[in-house]
Write a new protein. Structure first.
Ligand SMILES: [Zn+2]
Length: 340
């Protein structure tokens, strides 16, 4: 089967987004930050999924998506801790409804109630709720809840450890994922996302996080940011910083997805990064929605690029399915329970 490890509910029903607008307006005005949540029917949810993610999955030949709330809307820098907590809960509950309507096609990954300057420990309860009560298989972890100021400690800092301990205990990975940018100089999906991916990888090199947490797993999306292209720089920096080789220091715990929207980029990714560290992902329907005039195909139809690679079918099976089942053991268990 073909598992897309990176999809967001970018097409969430309008009343859900309107609720968020009311919440942030109430926060600004000093009002009720938990206004009455609208009744959203199953049919409303079906309409938003079937004409978008589900149709594209079928057209492109994938079977399932690891699905999370819209990343750019997480916006932890908007509001405060209480606003973030309620918003994450609403967003995750909506993902759960999609999963319940299409259990064979979607599995949930949660948004965390992160907020600038607030301990990541405050996100543990929502992680536990989503994994143990809603059946989610991972989370999106934002290394920069400030929305572009990078004011949080680096990921190797012990401030993050209580959350990492819980991730290991629950045996769930995190996708490193920032949200909207509050910095006009830094475009969200074109600059901020790719920069944050690259920054996170360098933080993993600088620290000793995986010595302390040998079972902790991260997916760095968007093909690992600039990392594969600059692989020699990072190997050289690891050496200069007296760190072990990347294969043992970082790459037992870190995976890259295939959200790279052209063939030469995918070719480079597979040439540089071990196939065991690559998970199929498209981030569809997401950052880049248009058709590439050079190919006549959607930029984000990343399955085509992998299909075109001259690599063994066994390697493609790892990227399309096996690696995801290894990195998301709770997904593997759910699939096995269904006889898959
Ligand atoms: Zn994403």
């Amino acid at each position: 089967m073909i598992i897309d490890c990176h999809g967001h509910y970018t097409t969430a029903p309008a009343p859900h987004n309107a609720w968020r607008d009311r919440q942030t307006a109430a926060f600004a005005a000093g009002g009720d930050i938990d206004p009455l949540y609208p009744a959203i029917s199953d049919d409303e949810i079906r309409e938003t999924i079937e004409a978008n993610q589900l149709q594209l999955l079928r057209e492109r030949g994938a079977d399932m998506t690891i699905f999370s709330p819209r990343a750019s809307a997480m916006a932890p820098h908007v509001g405060d801790e209480a606003v973030a907590r309620i918003w994450a809960r609403r967003s995750n509950d909506l993902i759960k409804r999609v999963v319940d309507l299409y259990p064979e096609t979607f599995v949930g990954v949660c948004q965390l109630p992160q907020s600038p300057g607030i301990s990541i420990a405050q996100s543990i309860n929502e992680l536990v709720r989503c994994v143990t009560e809603l059946g989610f298989v991972g989370c999106n972890l934002n290394p920069d809840p400030s929305g572009g100021k990078f004011s949080a400690p680096p990921l190797y800092d012990r401030a993050w450890y209580p959350f990492f301990e819980k991730m290991v205990e629950l045996d769930v990975p995190a996708m490193i994922h920032v949200s909207g940018s509050c910095n006009a100089a830094m475009h969200a999906t074109g600059a901020y996302y790719i920069a944050a991916d690259t920054i996170a990888f360098m933080q993993f090199i600088e620290g000793d996080l995986f010595r302390d947490f040998p079972d902790l797993r991260f997916i760095i999306p968007h093909g690992g940011g600039a990392v594969p292209y600059h692989w020699g720089r990072y190997r050289g920096l690891a050496d200069m910083l007296k760190r072990p080789p990347l294969a043992e220091h970082v790459m037992r715990n870190v995976y890259f997805d295939t959200c790279v929207y052209h063939q030469p980029g995918i070719d480079l990714l597979f040439r540089v990064i071990d196939v065991d560290n690559i998970l199929f992902g498209s981030e569809m329907v997401g950052a880049v929605r248009g058709i590439d005039p050079e190919t006549g195909q959607y930029f984000d139809d990343t399955k085509r690029y992998i299909d075109a690679l001259p690599i063994p079918e066994t390697d493609k099976a790892k990227v399309f399915e096996g690696n995801a089942r290894r990195v998301y053991p709770r997904l593997d268990a759910q699939l096995k329970a269904r006889g898959l």
